[in-house]
Design a protein around this ligand. Structure first.
Ligand SMILES: [Zn+2]
Length: 287
């Protein structure tokens, strides 16, 4: 029987390692992704990629075709070539908005409430009704497909979108989407009935590098989450890395510690492994 190393709470003196006879195939599945993949953040994205590969995980790349309206991906050939090499390495590509920010959007008080504490003006899909969301998803996909990149899913910036955005993503032929609490498996829209959506509860671990106190707090939270993490689970845990995580020592250290620990505890998986065609969904609860 394969084993994984179970986490232990810190003890007095050197940390002890406890070996539990847990079958590797029962260990918690962990999906790692790098958000905000754009030439604007290339150096940090490369650093995050290297950190992931050092522990044996191939992260998904959440690509933004025109970051903040000023970084059109087509004009950065070396960056696109780097993306192609990462796809050759096995990385999944997902669309992460068209420009990522809320330029030109007008929030209602409900939108403000939903975004409270979640983002500083980076909820591109927060305010968009379905038709407008579909246009942006369509345009974003066309931009990436025009570069021979083939996104398999959509992740809205800051995980903020309206419920009907799932229908827009499905109508554009995407098979996957996610928000802060769930993964969604999508099937194309049916006339009059709308898309078929299977939803899978999935915790998302992330850090915040927006300020020093947020960085420190998110590192403390990451440590607490780690101690509470089950050794085995039939759920999928997501670890979302952002270029801004590298801006503070606390988040950088916490991120690297978490990846190293997960490397000995978890089963890495990729988005493509969640697709029905992969045949690995049988033991994941869906709704
Ligand atoms: Zn983002």
């Amino acid at each position: 029987m394969a084993t994984v190393i179970a986490p232990t709470l810190p003890m007095r003196g050197p940390a002890r390692t406890r070996i539990e006879p847990v079958a590797a195939e029962r260990a918690t599945r962990v999906l790692v992704s790098i958000h905000d993949v754009t030439p604007a953040h290339w150096a940090a994205v490369k650093s995050l990629w290297s950190s992931c590969r050092a522990v044996g995980v191939t992260p998904a790349l959440l690509v933004v075709p025109e970051w903040h309206g000023t970084w059109p991906i087509e004009r950065h050939e070396a960056f696109v070539a780097w993306l192609h090499r990462r796809v050759d390495d096995g990385a999944d590509v997902l669309l992460h908005g068209l420009r990522h920010d809320e330029h030109g959007a007008w929030r209602t008080w409900r939108d403000h409430l939903r975004a409270l504490g979640r983002t500083d003006g980076e909820g591109e899909f927060l305010t968009l009704p379905q038709a407008a969301a579909r246009v942006r998803i369509h345009d974003g996909l066309a931009r990436l497909r025009g570069l021979a990149l083939d996104p398999i899913g959509f992740v809205p910036p800051a995980w903020l979108m309206r419920a009907e955005t799932l229908g827009a993503a499905a109508a554009e032929g995407l098979a996957l989407a996610e928000d802060v609490g769930r993964l969604y498996l999508l099937r194309a829209s049916r006339p009059m009935l709308g898309p078929r959506v299977r939803s899978i509860p999935s915790a998302a671990w992330r850090w915040s590098g927006r300020s020093a106190w947020r960085a420190w707090t998110s590192a403390v939270v990451a440590s607490a989450r780690w101690r509470a993490m089950p050794v085995t689970s039939d759920r999928v845990l997501r670890v979302a890395l952002h270029p801004g995580d590298l801006a503070h020592d606390a988040t950088r250290r916490s991120l690297h510690d978490t990846l190293a620990r997960l490397a000995t505890h978890a089963r890495w998986c990729r988005y493509r492994d969640l697709l029905p065609s992969s045949g690995t969904l049988g033991d994941i609860d869906g709704e």
